[in-house]
Design a binder for this molecule. Structure first.
Ligand code: G6P
Length: 442
C-alpha cells in the first residue's frame, strides 16, 4: 500500500485524478492520499469533495489529508503527482494577451506565452522538489507541470542526479485516444513509435500490439479528411475540436509522419494568429467553462453529501490526464515494463541530436525507473526544427539560471512564433512588467 501526494490539490484536474485512484485501487492500493496546494480556497472544496468520494468509493483508505503546509504534505509519501500552474489562469490570460498584442501567437505552452509561463514555473517547481526531497528523499516525483518541455529541461539540469523525477505530458496520449477512436480500437491495443520534444513531436508508427500491423498508413489516409471524433469531454470543446480537425491540413502538407497537434502553432504561426480572438483567449474559455463547472459540480456534491446514486456517480471514463499519471505510478510500483511516451535525456536514443536534449520518446517503465527505447536518426527537416526549438528551451532555462535578459531575448527570437528581434525585445519588456511578482530579475 502506497502513500501519495497530489501537488496542486486545488487544481480542476484533481477531482478526475481522485476518481481514477478509486477506480484503480485494486492494482494501485493506497493507504494515504494527501492534497497539497499553496492556497486554501479551492483546495478546501476539493478536499471536502474528496471526503465524500472516498467514504463511498474508497472506504479502505486510511488517511486523507489536505494541507497548505509542505512539511506535512511531503512527509512519508511514495509518490508525488505534480500538476501546478504557477500564476494560475489569470497569468495565463496575461501571457496569451500580451503575445497577441505584439502580433504573435497567444498560447499557454507554445511561443511567448509558454516562455513567460516557463519563467514562472521553473522557480515554483524547483522549490517544491527541494521541499519534497527534504521530507521524502526516495519518493517518485511524477511531474505534469507545464510548460513541460522547459520544466523538464530545468529539472534535468538542476537535479541532474535525481533519477526519480519523471516529466510527463498527456497530449501524445490524448492524440492516441483519438487514433484509437478512429480505428475502432482501444488506446491500449496500440503501441506507438514517436520522437521529438514535448508538444513538438511526430508519430512514425502505430503498431497493433497483437498483430504487429502498422496502422500509420491507414491513419494518414483517414485523417487527411477532417474527422469529428468523440473522445473525452475536454476534447469536445470547440477549440479542441478545431485543433484535432486541423490535423488534416498538417497531414495533407506533410504526409510522412503524424504530427503532435501543437505543431500547428509552429508550422502555421500566421494562420493560428489570425484564428485567435484577442479579447477572449483559451484562458477565458477555461475560466468561464470547464473550471467554473468543475467547482460548481463539487459544491453541489458537498451540499448533497453524497455521490453514489446521483447523476455525479463516477464512471470508468475519467479522462486521459488522470488515467495516464496513475498508469505511470502503477508501472513504477508493480514493475509492469509498460511503454509510455515520456521526456528523458537523449543520451544517444536519437543518434543525430544533442545527447543532453530532453526528448519525448517511448520509454519502458518498471520499478527501476525509465528506460528509453532506441529511435535511431531523424531526417534533416525534423532535426532542424527540433534543434531550433530545443535551443529556445535551453536558452529559456539559461536565462532563468543566469538572470540573463540577453538570453531571454535570444530564446524568443529562436521561437518560430516570434522570430523578429524587435518584437522579441518589446514583448520581453511587457512580460517582465506583467510577471514582476513571479520572475527572478532579468
Ligand atoms: C493538454 C496538454 C497540456 C495543456 C492542456 C491545456 O492536456 O497536454 O499540456 O496544459 O491541454 O488544457 P486547457 O483545457 O487548460 O486549455
Amino acid at each position: 500500500e502506497y502513500a501519495i501526494c497530489i501537488v496542486g490539490g486545488g487544481s480542476r484536474y484533481t477531482p478526475d485524478m481522485l476518481a481514477m485512484l478509486c477506480n484503480q485501487k485494486e492494482r494501485f492500493p493506497l493507504r494515504k492520499i494527501v492534497l497539497y496546494d499553496n492556497e486554501n480556497e479551492r483546495q478546501d472544496v476539493v478536499g471536502a469533495y474528496a471526503e465524500i468520494l472516498f467514504k463511498e468509493y474508497y472506504p479502505e483508505l486510511k488517511e486523507l489529508v489536505y494541507t497548505t503546509d509542505p512539511d506535512t504534505a511531503f512527509s512519508d509519501i511514495d509518490f508525488a503527482l505534480m500538476q501546478i500552474r504557477a500564476g494560475r489562469l489569470n497569468m495565463r490570460e496575461q501571457d496569451e494577451k500580451i503575445a497577441i498584442k505584439h502580433g504573435c501567437l497567444g498560447q499557454e505552452t507554445c511561443g511567448a506565452g509558454g516562455f513567460a509561463y516557463g519563467m514562472r514555473s521553473i522557480p515554483a517547481v524547483v522549490e517544491i522538489i527541494k521541499q519534497i526531497r527534504e521530507k521524502s528523499p526516495e519518493c517518485w516525483i511524477l511531474n505534469y507541470s507545464n510548460p513541460a518541455a522547459i520544466v523538464a529541461e530545468a529539472t534535468n539540469r538542476i537535479y541532474s542526479d535525481d533519477k526519480r523525477i519523471i516529466n510527463i505530458c498527456d497530449m501524445p496520449i490524448a492524440i492516441m485516444d483519438m487514433y484509437a477512436a478512429v480505428l475502432g480500437k482501444k488506446r491500449k491495443d496500440l503501441e506507438p513509435k514517436y520522437f521529438g520534444l514535448n508538444h513538438f513531436g511526430w508519430f512514425t508508427n502505430i503498431y497493433d500490439r497483437e498483430t504487429g500491423e502498422d496502422y500509420l498508413p491507414r491513419l494518414k489516409e483517414i485523417l487527411k479528411t477532417p474527422v469529428d471524433v468523440q473522445t473525452e469531454p475536454l476534447f469536445q470543446e470547440p477549440s479542441w475540436k478545431a485543433t484535432f480537425k486541423f490535423m488534416s491540413t498538417m497531414i495533407q502538407d506533410y504526409d510522412e509522419y503524424l504530427p503532435n497537434t501543437y505543431l500547428q502553432y509552429y508550422l502555421y504561426p500566421r494562420k493560428m494568429f489570425e484564428k485567435q480572438n484577442s479579447d477572449y483567449t483559451r484562458a477565458n474559455e477555461v475560466m468561464d467553462g470547464n473550471e467554473k463547472e468543475t467547482y460548481e459540480r463539487m459544491e453541489t456534491i458537498i451540499a448533497l453529501g453524497k455521490i453514489k446514486g446521483t447523476e455525479f456517480a463516477i464512471t470508468e471514463d475519467v479522462g486521459c490526464h488522470a488515467e495516464y499519471i496513475v498508469d505511470l505510478a502503477t508501472a513504477l510500483a508493480n514493475n509492469t515494463k509498460e511503454v509510455f511516451l515520456l521526456m528523458t535525456e537523449n543520451k544517444g536514443i536519437i543518434e543525430n541530436l544533442d545527447r543532453h536534449m530532453m526528448v519525448e520518446v517511448p520509454c519502458r517503465v518498471g520499478s527501476s525507473g525509465v528506460e528509453p527505447l532506441v529511435v535511431g536518426t531523424v531526417p534533416t527537416f525534423y532535426k532542424g526544427l527540433i534543434e531550433q526549438q530545443y535551443a529556445y528551451e535551453k536558452l529559456t532555462v539559461d536565462a532563468y539560471l543566469e538572470g540573463s535578459k540577453k538570453k531571454a531575448m535570444q530564446a524568443l527570437v529562436l521561437n518560430r512564433t516570434v522570430v523578429n528581434t524587435d518584437t522579441a525585445i518589446a514583448l520581453l519588456e511587457d512580460l517582465i512588467k506583467a510577471n514582476k511578482e513571479y520572475w527572478r530579475e532579468l
